[in-house]
Design a protein around this ligand. Sequence first.
Ligand SMILES: CC(C)(COP(=O)(O)OP(=O)(O)OC[C@H]1O[C@@H](n2cnc3c(N)ncnc32)[C@H](O)[C@@H]1OP(=O)(O)O)[C@@H](O)C(=O)NCCC(=O)NCCS
Length: 180
Amino acid sequence: MMTAKIQIRGAMPSDARQLNHYIQRIYSTSNHLVTKPGEFRIRPFRQRFWIAGKASNPFETCLVALLDGDIIGMLDSWTDRRARVKHVTTFAMSVDPNHARQGIGTLLLDKFTNWVAENPRLDKIELHVHADNAPAIALYKKAGFTVEGTRKRAIKYNDNRFIDDILMAYWPNSSSVETK
Ligand SMILES: CC(C)(COP(=O)(O)OP(=O)(O)OC[C@H]1O[C@@H](n2cnc3c(N)ncnc32)[C@H](O)[C@@H]1OP(=O)(O)O)[C@@H](O)C(=O)NCCC(=O)NCCS
């Protein structure tokens, strides 16, 4: 597929219903997200408010990837407004498995890192990834993220297997890193 056909934009409240279907689908197909499908119960009405909140918050975002008007990828970020940690943003992302390995994750991540680089309050991007999620770890390393730590056995799968949670990070403007 040509990534030229993919549109990446901020989510709009009118996306709420479609976004909910997308999220439900992703939770049903990926083991590598913390939320299980039955645990996602946000109705479109509330999702509209959540999207509107992201759209009006200058330090947080929800991006969607669209192909012919259909949502096939998503990245959302959040922050802590307390002064000592408000320079950090954390995010989560996904791409529809039917469109995997076509560069859409890279498009979403590039858009996000460029947005953070331009953001006057944000210096550091963090993420959490399951240690057995090789595709995601490869995507993040390729984008310049490095491993900063491990939360041992922080995730437990249905079959009682424990998985480590890896913390990765990236400084979009490396000049703002004094203690790296
Ligand atoms: C991880 C994920 C977002 C990647 O999205 P994507 O659109 O497939 O990624 P891209 O096509 O942009 O791939 C970029 C790079 O990531 C790496 N990568 C992606 N998928 C990979 C795979 N299955 N195996 C190995 N490397 C992979 C490669 O380095 C790839 O570059 P290349 O294709 O030039 O070799 C997607 O697989 C996904 O949504 N997974 C389920 C949800 C999830 O795990 N989210 C992350 C939670 S932390």
